[in-house]
Write a protein that binds this ligand. Structure first.
Ligand code: SAH
Ligand code: SF4
Length: 432
């Protein structure tokens, strides 16, 4: 979602006549787009700001002025604390108000006053005010839903991104068609809780994600569809059917479970048990036996015992996730879990994370190794680290490197996989 927001912010700036600077030192305007999900991410903002202030000072010595802005969830959570801790910041905007950037920059241009802060939850939708979303190459993100009403007890999202809202069906379809006409081959529909999408159609009727997927499937030229991130309890039969019937829907689903222990899931206020999660996975596999799953995990949630942690390892062994993101529980001020007793020691969290990651990586490596020798369609998205190399994604979101000319950028090419590590694959064009 943050990558998507940054892309939209860059497009607002382009409309205002800005262009990308070659380095921070050459930038007249520097905007940090920030994440508040875990403490580490939030603290990084302040250390980055310290470095940016030095650049601002160096530029001032050369007679150049620099505007510094902070946007995103850290602003929403910290509000005025941002400019208290970093007084050289010129403006700070929450994730729902960055469409007001032109107005803010105009105000700063007229007269540098007190830092401008806007952390409202506005009545208007930013999507109605942003310039047209533009394709980011072969692969584009399209936000269809924002915010969350789930209030998992550890999570800041409902407080920083606000309550759940869905964009109207027609707006999403129009944007999807424009992206495809600009060369997008793959669309990833985004939302914090994307499968509870309930946007209205032209007649005012509420429509589901499954409805939207079927409509997007009809767009000619589009080859791949994904949606991220889903909440297990909101997976419907209709959505499961999409995995059987929509060939463009990639055989990969990110479906976070967080913990394998029902006691911990309850304390997290998740609306599903581990048994219900396994049932959903079984139904999805029945709809499409080729589906691979990924998940998010939190270890060291308050009160998590060794037995609870074992239950998490057990779920991993049952589902055999092909990828996963795993985190140590991070205590976030203002969330209910921050006040729970039995907070887990850092040392124990680290031990558990190491054990969990070893297990997750072993399944990931096995899956990647099984791909060796196969021919897979890869959508090449960027240049590789070495000259003459491109990097792309397989249908299962694996990164793949291949020696290919840049004429293959933003194209889908059949690649024979020759090597696999935990994090990436390499291969060569079929028949070469
Ligand atoms: N809406 C999505 C993702 C939200 S944030 C979902 O519900 O799955 C992405 C991930 O960050 C979460 O899935 C969770 O695993 C992790 N996360 C959120 N808050 C956290 C916290 N306080 N400490 C550690 N990890 C956290
Ligand atoms: Fe946060 Fe996801 Fe839970 Fe919503 S569903 S509160 S975004 S972890």
């Amino acid at each position: 979602m943050n990558v998507y927001d940054s892309h939209r912010i860059a497009s607002i700036l382009r409309h205002l006549g800005f262009s990308e600077a070659s380095s921070l030192k050459n930038a007249d305007l520097i905007i940090l787009n920030t994440c508040h999900i875990r403490e580490k991410a939030a603290e990084k903002v302040f250390s980055d700001l310290g470095r940016i202030e030095l650049i601002k000072q160096e530029r001032a010595q050369e007679g150049l002025s620099t505007i510094i802005g902070v946007v995103g969830c850290v602003v929403q959570a910290e509000d005025e604390q941002i400019v208290k801790r970093a007084p050289y910041v010129d403006f700070a905007l929450g994730p729902l108000t960055y469409h007001r950037l032109p107005e803010i920059l105009a105000q700063i241009g007229r007269k540098r006053q007190e830092p401008l802060i806007d952390t409202e939850f506005p009545a208007e939708s930013k999507f109605d005010y942003l310039p047209q979303n533009t394709s980011s190459g072969g692969c584009s993100y399209l936000a269809i839903q924002e915010g969350c009403n789930n209030f998992c007890t550890y999570c800041v999202v409902p407080y920083t991104r606000g309550i759940e809202t869905s964009r109207p069906v027609e707006d999403v379809l129009k944007e999807a068609k424009t992206l495809v006409s600009e060369g997008t081959l793959e669309i990833n529909l985004l939302g914090q809780n994307v499968n509870s999408y309930h946007g209205t159609d032209a007649s005012g009727r509420e429509r589901s994600l499954a409805y939207l997927l079927n409509k997007i499937n009809e767009i000619e030229g589009l080859q791949r569809i994904r949606y991220t991130t889903s909440y297990p309890a909101d997976i419907t039969e209709e959505l499961i059917d999409c995995h059987k019937n929509i060939k463009k829907l990639m055989p990969y689903l990110h479906l976070p479970i967080q913990s394998g222990s029902d006691k911990v899931l309850k304390a997290m206020n998740r609306r599903h048990t581990s048994g219900q999660y396994l049932e959903i996975i079984a139904k999805l596999r029945e709809a499409n036996p080729l589906l691979g799953f990924s998940s998010d995990f939190i270890v060291g949630f308050p009160g998590e015992t060794d037995a609870d942690f074992e239950a998490t390892l057990d779920i991993v062994n049952k589902v055999k996730f092909i990828q996963a993101f795993s985190f140590k529980y991070s205590r976030r001020a203002g969330t209910p879990a921050a006040l729970m007793p039995n907070q887990i020691e850092e040392k124990v969290k680290k031990q558990r994370l190491d054990i969990l990651q070893d297990l997750l990586f072993s399944y990931q490596l096995n899956f990647n190794k099984e791909t060796v020798g196969k021919i897979v369609p890869v959508l090449f998205e960027s240049k590789g680290r070495h000259a003459g190399q491109l990097v792309g994604r397989t249908p299962y979101m694996q990164n793949l490197h291949a020696e290919l000319g840049k004429e293959f950028l933003n194209k889908i090419v059949n690649i024979k996989v020759t090597e696999a590590t935990t994090n990436s694959l390499s291969g060569q064009q079929e028949g070469k």
